[in-house]
Design a binder for this molecule. Sequence first.
Ligand code: NAD
Length: 486
Amino acid sequence: MKTINLWINGESTASGSKETFENFNPATGQVYAQVALGTKDDVDRAVQAAKKALHGPWGKMPLRARCDLLSRVADRIDERREEFLKAEIADTGKPIGLASKIDIPRGAANFRIFSDMLKAHGSESFWQDTDDGLGAMHYVTREPIGVIGVICPWNLPLLLMTWKVAPALAAGNTVVVKPSEETPATATLLGEVMREVGVPDGVYNVVHGFGKDSVGEALVQHPEVSAITFTGETTTGKHIMKSSANHLKKLSFELGGKNPAIIFEEADIDRAVAGTLRSAFANCGQVCLCSERVYVARSIFDTFVEKLKSQAELIAMGDPWATTTTMGPLISKTHQQKVESYFKLAKEEGAQVITGGELAKLEGDFDQGYFVKPTIWTGLSEQARCVKEEIFGPVCHIQPFDDEEEVIKMANDTEYGLCAALWTQDVSRAHRVSSQIRAGMVWVNTWYLRDLRTPFGGMKASGLGREGGIHSLNFYSELKNICVKL
Ligand code: NAD
């Protein structure tokens, strides 16, 4: 059986306690690896290594050399693409079609983009007139914050981790990563890549384990970790905020969502159906940006529901390595049970099940996998728990609406504010409605079209701060104003 170790100070290492935990392949439901279970002492070992690197070769390295090394990390991920794919697919069960287009190449691209961005970035400067007529010059420099704790979810393991690690390292920090306990493999593989390309020991560390009373909490509470960057559930974000308060750590949070998709009557209905098929069911609904609430103009409601149903029923589940598979399993048995509990709740709340609403039974090697059917409900009240709570599975509820004002109100009636997708051919409406949606990102006639230079993040309970482009670099830097009086 495969063992996945911690990665501390440039080497693969067992946990101090020698304990391990099991890692399941969600497509087969079988244990495929044992993972080293980190301890509080392991977290401290990693933080000390990160601190030493910060004050050693990494801290002294010129920006250009640092950025060149990070570009080589991207190249090396590309060269070892097959191993990264194998690791990510074993951990998540996601189809090769998805992992090979999104997870691995975009994980590599993060290193290229943030190193290029930092090299190209200038700085603010201001000339100030003074009473003596001689003036003063202000200019701003960018310094690393220190050791950054990186806490990651399981839905896009490499992509979301490197989205934090790449700008953190480009800005000169060192990191201790706590991957999700469900998906430890690619984070450790990245340690090997860092060493191969010559990133100094201690710059990138990985400690595996759980959240509460485990590695996650130890990292958050470590006095020498200066900032925490976290992606995960809103409730976990609240815990982290409380337990990091004593040390006033800098925090960046990407949290949950209950995102609306709105289809107006003038929309190109086939494009809207294809887009909503993606936005509701991509990655088995396990993307924070997924549309779990779909609002459709009453005049096209029946046609839209029928078309989405027939497309959803064509989704193929099964062997993640088969190019014909279009949807994988949920991440774990526990998550499958959670989604199943919403299938039951939806019926109790009065939903009409248009399609799905049950576990998917597969044959052969995959009969123990955590598969569920893509599910569409109608008929729920806007106050139903299935319409209010983030489910994080391949589910959506479709509600009809009569006018723009009403649908904006319904879309905004949520504690979350991550994103929205609008489908319309009316340009004025696109701008008018976008400006009234309380969410960090609005897509019009598309969904999840990302440009890494743009701000990414949520309003309200969906997050704190923004990632992407200069927003990431600013979070991972201390800005210093230097004023020189002439
Ligand atoms: P989670 O909050 O359960 O876990 C995320 C990470 O936090 C894991 O590594 C976990 O071990 C750790 N953790 C848990 N409790 C902790 C604690 N008390 N202290 C420190 N660390 C702790 O989330 P998940 O189930 O892995 O991911 C799914 C969630 O992530 C969904 O809510 C989804 O919307 C959200 N998400 C958001 C974004 C975004 O960009 N907004 C992106 C992806 C996922």
